[in-house]
Design a protein around this ligand. Structure first.
Ligand code: SAM
Length: 309
């Protein structure tokens, strides 16, 4: 049914962006005592090996989180040493992300990478709830097994259902505080339109929820259209929004001697939030600048950060 497996991509530059933003947003929301419900509509397997076959084959983590962890971290021997174009220490939002990834590993090692379900669960308190949707049979089984080890009881629910189809049934939660992460693989072209339709429906049911959407920035009209549609939805609902993007390299197809050309892999991605916590933009700006500098693969690297509403 699906061929996408997040294990190939775990810890890549897109995860660095997505998970840094997720942590910063969750930490602001958790400053209030009232219970928070987190819904992850596309959860993945929850935990990934950085020293396993998947990550080793793709090498994506080596160009992502492994560049940012201490150079002596023992994970993938092929991880390129970080060039230090920025002399400072990580900005607080990036430092929190790295600290959280380190907390899943022994000192000096970087073998395990926490996906969004484990990042959220790590931060949540007893009174909070986590709903995880995963449709891929293998990843759903792995997610179930990983979650079982947490012994988190009724705090965490794994649903082997379509995250687009039924996640809105939890909105609004009784405490009227929720963050919904929508992070599809966009393996199907229809995922772009389904994401926009899902957010529209969710906003209708619960206008004050925090909605976070990750999307790839690739040469495809639907990918460019999605943030525009989300911005329109937020503006029509009169809600604030935040849009952060990270580019690590050019999206141009490189020429090869056989004339076939070489696709560059994912060059950039974005996170679009509706109802972001108040101080998020200020926290993210220095972290994004460092990500762009430290994860750059060519001179096209950079970031954008816009907010409005
Ligand atoms: N959010 C995860 C993280 O940050 O660690 C990564 C998720 S990965 C990008 C997308 C996941 O969505 C894949 O594991 C895929 O099997 C799953 N998926 C695809 N379509 C789905 C659907 N309609 N409902 C729920 N899960 C789906």
């Amino acid at each position: 049914m699906f061929s996408y497996r997040h294990a190939f991509h775990a810890g890549n530059h897109a995860d660095v962006l997505k998970h840094t933003v997720l942590i910063a947003a969750l930490e602001r929301l958790l400053e209030k005592d009232a219970p928070l419900t987190v819904i992850d509509t596309h959860a993945g397997a929850g935990l990934y090996r950085l020293d396993g076959d998947y990550a080793g084959t793709s090498g994506e983590a080596a160009q992502g989180v492994l560049r940012l962890l201490s150079p002596d971290a023992d994970a993938a021997p092929s991880a390129p040493a970080r060039k230090p174009p920025v002399p400072d220490e990580p900005a607080p939002a990036l430092a929190r992300y790295l600290e959280l990834v380190r907390s899943f590993n022994r000192a000096g090692q970087a073998r395990v990478y926490p996906g969004s379900p484990f990042i959220a669960q790590h931060l949540l308190r007893e009174q909070d709830k986590l709903k995880l949707y995963e449709l891929h049979p293998t990843d759903a089984r792995t997610l179930d097994a990983n979650v079982a080890q947490l012994e988190a009881g009724r705090q965490v629910a794994v649903l082997r259902e379509d995250g687009f189809g039924s996640a809105t049934k939890f909105l609004p939660p009784p405490s009227r505080r929720a963050l919904v992460l929508t992070d599809p693989s966009y393996e199907l072209k229809t995922d772009y339109a389904r994401t926009a339709a899902f957010v529209a429906e969710a906003l209708k049911r619960f206008a004050t929820g925090v909605y976070a959407v990750w999307y790839p920035i690739i040469p495809r009209p639907e990918a460019h259209e999605l943030p525009r549609r989300l911005k329109t939805l937020a503006n029509k609902a009169g809600k604030p929004w935040l849009h952060a993007t990270l580019t690590v390299k050019s999206s141009k197809i490189a020429s090869t001697p056989d004339g076939q050309g070489k696709r560059p892999g994912l060059p950039a991605s974005g996170m679009f939030l509706i109802n972001p916590p108040f101080t998020l933009a200020d926290q993210l700006r220095p972290a994004l600048a460092q990500m762009a500098a430290w994860l750059a693969q060519d001179r096209h690297a950079g970031f954008t950060l816009e907010h409005g509403g």
